[in-house]
Design a protein. Structure first.
Length: 188
């Protein structure tokens, strides 16, 4: 038992499971530093989940959970075998994986409802980003310079995601100030 967030327990197993499900952490690093960073992320996720629970939502269905596992996790790990190897390394079984994915889907739904629906990227912002950031990067790499029309949707998504992340940071700062976070033990 590592911490509680407004009375909800966070265990070291949960932290290890989240590390194992991060495909960008290659090879899997279960060091003290990585666990500490992930604990903070799990605390943030728990606060967000508590807020999301205030809004009625349908629980994700089996098909939605299967799709996420296949399209997000298996695809990002490169194969089902690679994902399963990670899961075995930290003692994560299929039942708990489905529960974690279900929680992630609820959080994603809440983020879309609470933050994404209020994000608007103006055409001039897309054009400015294209001119000032995208084109110079493509030229520096010496490759093909894609047109604005080819990149418009990608840039809109990128700028929208930046705004959402900014709003989430603000949310987490406010939530941490109001939350009762109790550290129960130190990571080892």
């Amino acid at each position: 038992m590592l911490a509680t967030v407004n009375g909800e327990l966070i265990t070291e197993s949960e932290v290890s499971w989240e590390l194992a499900l991060d495909p960008e952490l290659e090879p899997l690093d279960l060091s003290l530093e990585k666990k500490r960073l992930m604990l903070e992320r799990v605390i943030d996720q728990r606060m967000l989940a508590q807020e999301a629970a205030k809004i009625p939502q349908n629980a994700p269905g089996d098909e939605e959970i299967r799709d996420y596992i296949t399209k997000e996790l298996v695809a990002r790990f490169g194969s089902q075998e690679a994902l399963l190897a990670r899961m075995r390394r930290v003692g994560l079984d299929q039942t708990m994986l489905r529960e974690i994915v279900s929680r992630r889907l609820v959080l994603l739904g809440y983020i879309n409802f609470r933050f994404r629906s209020f994000v608007f990227v103006q055409p001039d912002e897309v054009e400015r980003y294209y001119r000032e950031v995208a084109v110079p990067r493509m030229r520096n790499r010496g490759g093909y310079v894609r047109t604005l029309d080819e990149m418009r949707a990608e840039i809109e998504t990128l700028l929208g995601d930046e705004r959402i992340n900014s709003e989430l940071d603000r949310f987490f700062d406010e939530a941490r100030a109001q939350a009762q976070i109790v550290r129960l033990s130190e990571l080892k």
